[in-house]
Ligand binder design. Sequence first.
Ligand code: BV8
Ligand code: ZN
Length: 258
Amino acid sequence: MSDLGFEKAAKALAHARRVAVFSGAGISAESGIPTFRSAGGLWENFQLEDVATPEGFHRNPALVWEFYEARRKAVHHASPNPGHFAIARMAGLFEEMTTITQNVDGLHQRAGSPAVLELHGSLWSARCAQDCGAVVDPFPFPAASCPPRCKCGALLRPGVVWFGEMLPERIWHDAMNASAQSDVVLVVGTSGAVWPAAGIPIAARREGAFVIEVNPEESELTSNLDLSLRGLSGEILPRLLDAATELRALRPATEKRG
Ligand code: BV8
Ligand code: ZN
């Protein structure tokens, strides 16, 4: 990662009043949680169509719950990493700070981030797969049975957004709004492969946000943003936050009023 790029990113953050973070599975990789598409990712061992679609659930609910209980078990025994904690610390540095995530693991919240916008739902909630409307939140690990049952006797389904399903309207709207009004958007640990979530940083940049990516590899968003910091989020984010905080402290009082 070039020092020049790092300094440019720290400067952009030091001058920012409103910041949004847009995160994907990569930010949880250093917590030991497998990603989807990078080496060793979940899609190497499971077919997306079998475990992350309504049709797959209809065909074999037990297999889907095996997939989700395994992920809930991994996260239950994992902890947030320095990347999650750095993002939680940002909440105190900027006038407005929004954490938007594609992740369902809840690690941003466990690191202390307030008001996380979960575009794809959460492993820690479940709802009736029929139409009795029951929602079980929190839905602690381990589930009482696999596959778990609703009080109406039907199956429960994980409280996540599967492929082919709409994203939660309110959360989508709030995420688009917050990122479009941001001075800086930090895109952390995402391949940018999944839509419409991947459109969020692109729309924000069109509205004038300075978009910085933190990822050890190139992503599908790299050509659509301002700056890429190549490295692990657990290493880069704490240093980036320290550098921005230092630069901000050096700014003349008049400028700080922003
Ligand atoms: C929908 C469920 C409307 C919970 C997930 C255009 C517009 C709209 C839709 C589409 C479209 N094109 C295609 C579609 C359809 C589809 C889609 O996007 N398909 C893809 C595969 C092409 N989208 C949908 O179906 C969406 N719904 O469109 O509704 C609609 C409705 C009805 C009819 C028509 C339209 C729903 C998408 C939501 C799917 N659910 N999750 C769960 O089980 O988790 S998506 C899943 O992918 C996760 O949420 C995950 O977070 C997300 C994105 O993946 P990433 O987070 O980016 O993870 P990935 O492994 O890919 O990448 C990890 C990255 O981290 C890598 O770049 C790696 O280098 C990096 N990394 C690794 N280590 C580190 C690191 N970075 C930093 N530090 C490290 N240490
Ligand atoms: Zn029910």
